[in-house]
Design a protein around this ligand. Structure first.
Ligand code: FUB
Length: 307
């Protein structure tokens, strides 16, 4: 009888999303669909949101479509907020659909700006923007970011002074510039970033203790590793620091680093649910630790994590 009472109490706690001592998050943490290129952010409501791209079962990169948003307040229980955008909604996009690659999201003055790469009818990459007052629903298309070339893999970093920076990729090189107040136009020109020579794609920029970090997948074959560079300016020059996350079982690497409730985490993807299929990836996270000089310690990729 006593045991039954404890069991019932435990079940109620789980269903309410209560965290049990020592409870572990398992990797990959999204299991009901394939997801990649996780961009993680902590927003005003205190939740951590992840904006990944969606891989389609049994298909390749060109079929990627239908962005979902996921959020948590304990790194254990995740809410799938559903699809926020599909290629069929993008009137300037390729009629073939798909081609919805690694996105990012940034917050400014009560509005969330979801930035995504998509091909136009001439097969040229453009960066689209959709906005919402809610971080995980109600996004409305606003058009394309003006002033750039044909960029992919956008990252928008909002500095503490309210200035936004856009980082994006052309032919494996990382370019960056300030964004204008409207976050829809590039100020000046996108300039190649110095000191990120190993960069292949998927830049993500964050700031810690006044230092800017850019993390980026490198050219290592047959599977990319994650490297990083540090700078005292958001537009570099950057100082290369090398690998901090080894390759997984898929070709690509792409992710983000964020602090949540006093702990730093890195998000990345692997092929654990598809048995290593390069285009059916799944997002994971692990803890990140820094040395006293700000450098990042090698990350231990784990099947499960105590947040
Ligand atoms: O997910 C499609 C592409 O693969 C991304 O845009 C790249 O960063 C790589 O992960």
């Amino acid at each position: 009888m006593k045991n039954k009472r404890y069991l019932l109490a435990g079940m109620l706690a789980l269903s309410a999303g209560t965290v049990l001592a020592g409870e572990r998050a398992t990797n990959p943490f999204i299991k009901h669909m394939f997801t990649a290129d996780a961009s993680a952010h902590v927003w005003e409501d205190g939740r951590l949101y992840v904006y990944p791209s969606t891989d389609i079962e049994g298909k390749g990169y060109r079929s990627m479509d239908g962005y979902h948003v996921f959020s948590t307040d304990d790194m254990l229980h995740w809410t799938d907020h559903g699809e926020i955008l599909h290629s069929r909604d993008v009137e300037w996009g390729t009629p073939k659909g798909g081609n919805m690659w690694a996105p990012d999201c940034v917050y400014k003055d009560g509005t969330y700006y979801f930035v995504f790469p998509h091909r136009d009818p001439d097969n040229v990459w453009e960066l689209g923007v959709a906005t919402s007052k809610d971080p995980a629903s109600g996004f409305t298309l606003q058009g394309k970011i003006k002033g750039g070339r044909t960029f992919c893999d956008p990252c928008v970093f909002m500095d503490e002074d309210g200035q936004a920076y856009l980082y994006a990729v052309v032919k494996a090189k990382c370019y960056a510039a300030k964004l204008k107040e409207n976050l829809m136009e590039i100020e000046g020109e996108m300039v190649p970033q110095v000191g990120v020579d190993e960069h292949r794609e998927g830049p993500f920029v964050f700031k810690r203790n006044g230092i800017y970090y850019m993390i980026y997948p490198d050219h290592t074959k047959p599977r990319n590793q994650m490297q990083y560079s540090m700078s005292d300016s958001p537009l570099g020059p950057w100082e290369p620091k090398g690998v901090f996350l080894e390759a997984t079982d898929v070709l690509t690497m792409h992710g983000s680093i964020v602090e949540y409730k006093g702990q730093w985490y890195v998000f990345y993807h692997n092929g654990a649910l598809s048995k290593g299929r390069n285009t059916n990836r799944s997002i994971c996270f692990d803890k990140v630790f820094f040395n006293d000089d700000g450098t990042i310690q090698m990350v231990q990729q784990s099947p499960s994590v105590v947040p």
